[in-house]
Design a binder for this molecule. Structure first.
Ligand code: SF4
Length: 344
C-alpha cells in the first residue's frame, strides 16, 4: 500500500533550521485534514532530533493559512508554529506574534503517458496556460515538460503576490492566471477535486478552463461545470431581488487572514445607504450548524460571508435561505443581475 508520506516531499532540513534558529521549546503543528497523516513524519523527526521540544498537534481543519489564529497560540503557550501544506496567505493582515514556518508539501507524482494523451485529446489548441494549487507546483513543471515535448506552447504565470509561487493559485487568488490571460484561451488547473478549477472558471469566463486531478489522472471541463454553478448563484440573487429584504447577517471571522475589516466596513456603509438593517457575527469555522444557530436566534433574510468567499458557493449553496458573497450582495443592492463578481 502506498503511504501518503511516499506521495509528498517535505523539506525536513527547513524544519531543523527553524527549530535551531528560533530556539523552540514548545511547538504547534498544523496541517489541513487531507495532509494530517504527514504530521507523523514531522513528529518522528522531532522526537528523534529534538526530544526536548514539546509538541501540540492542532486538530483544526486548516483549509488555508488564512485561518491562522492568535488565540490558539496564546492559550497553548507555544513559542513557534509549523504550518504544513500551505505557504503564507497573501492577505494576512497581521503577523502572528511568534515565528511561523510554512512548509508546503509537494506532490511527487509524475504525469503518465496515458494522462498526457488524454489531455491532448481533450483540449483545444496548442497554446495552454498552466496553474496549480501549492501541492502541485512541482508536478506542474513536469507536466509542462511533457506538453512541450508534444509541441505545445505552455505558459506559467507569475502571481501578483510575492508570497506565492510561480503558477500558484488559491481558491480566492488567481493572479498567476490573470497575468497571462492575454497569451492563451485555454487553462489547465492542476489540483485535487474541483475547488481551484471551478474558481478560475468563475474568474475567466471567456476562457476555456479544465481541471486536472493528478491523483485520479483525470481532466475535466471546469467551464461547463461553472455554468451550472452560476445558474445557482444567479438564482440566489434573483430570489433576494424579488423579496422585501429587512435584515442581513454579515458574517466575519476572527482568523487573521479572513478578518476583512475594510470589506466589512464597505458593506456596512452600503447597507446604511440603502437603509437596510444588519448585524455582524463572528464565526471562526463557518458551517451549516453555525449559520442555523444564527438563523434560529435572529432570522435574517440573507447571510453575507465576508471571510472566505468560497463558503457560500461550495459549502452553503443549499441552505434554505440565501447565503451569498459580498459581490452578490452588491448585485442585490444595485437591483440588477449584472456581470458576476468573483471572488469578492
Ligand atoms: S479560498 Fe477561502 S480558505 Fe482558501 S485561501 Fe481563500 S479565504 Fe482561505
Amino acid at each position: 500500500m502506498v503511504e501518503i508520506s511516499d506521495l509528498y516531499e517535505l523539506d525536513l532540513n527547513m524544519l531543523r533550521k527553524f527549530i535551531i534558529d528560533n530556539n523552540v521549546k514548545k511547538l504547534l503543528l498544523q496541517a489541513p485534514d487531507g495532509l494530517k497523516p504527514l504530521l507523523h513524519e514531522l513528529v518522528w523527526f522531532m522526537k528523534k532530533n529534538f526530544p526536548e521540544v514539546k509538541l501540540i498537534i492542532s486538530g483544526e481543519p486548516w483549509y488555508g493559512s488564512c485561518m491562522l489564529r492568535s488565540d490558539e497560540i496564546d492559550t497553548m503557550g507555544v513559542d513557534a508554529v509549523v504550518h504544513v501544506g500551505h505557504n503564507r496567505y497573501p492577505w494576512l493582515y497581521k503577523d502572528l506574534p511568534i515565528p511561523v514556518l510554512y512548509m508546503p508539501a509537494y506532490y511527487s507524482g509524475e504525469p503518465s503517458d496515458k494522462l498526457v494523451n488524454e489531455i491532448i485529446q481533450t483540449i483545444y489548441g496548442k497554446n495552454i496556460g498552466l496553474v496549480a494549487s501549492i501541492q502541485y507546483i512541482r508536478y506542474l513543471s513536469r507536466l509542462a515538460v511533457h506538453l512541450n515535448r508534444r509541441g505545445y506552447i505552455v505558459h506559467i504565470g507569475e502571481p501578483s503576490n510575492p508570497w506565492m509561487e510561480k503558477g500558484q493559485v488559491l481558491g480566492c487568488e488567481y493572479s498567476a492566471a490573470l497575468n497571462i490571460r492575454g497569451k492563451t484561451k485555454t487553462f489547465i488547473v492542476v489540483s485535487g477535486g474541483k475547488f481551484h478549477a471551478l474558481g478560475l472558471s468563475l474568474v475567466l469566463r471567456n476562457h476555456l478552463v479544465y481541471g486536472l486531478d493528478p491523483h485520479r489522472e483525470r481532466i475535466w471541463n471546469a467551464s461547463k461545470y461553472s455554468e451550472k454553478i452560476l445558474k445557482i448563484r444567479y438564482y440566489k440573487i434573483y430570489e433576494l431581488l424579488k423579496k422585501d429584504i429587512h435584515r442581513i447577517a454579515l458574517i466575519t471571522s476572527p482568523t487573521l487572514g479572513q478578518y476583512r475589516l475594510k470589506l466589512l466596513n464597505y458593506l456596512e456603509s452600503l447597507l446604511d445607504k440603502h437603509r437596510l438593517q444588519y448585524l455582524v457575527f463572528s464565526i471562526s469555522t463557518i458551517d451549516r450548524e453555525r449559520i442555523a444557530s444564527i438563523d434560529n436566534a435572529f432570522s435574517p433574510d440573507a447571510f453575507v460571508i465576508t471571510s472566505c468567499p468560497r463558503l457560500p458557493i461550495d459549502d452553503l449553496s443549499d441552505y434554505h435561505k440565501p447565503v451569498i458573497t459580498p459581490g452578490e450582495l452588491i448585485m442585490v443592492l444595485k437591483k440588477e443581475l449584472g456581470e458576476y463578481m468573483f471572488p469578492w
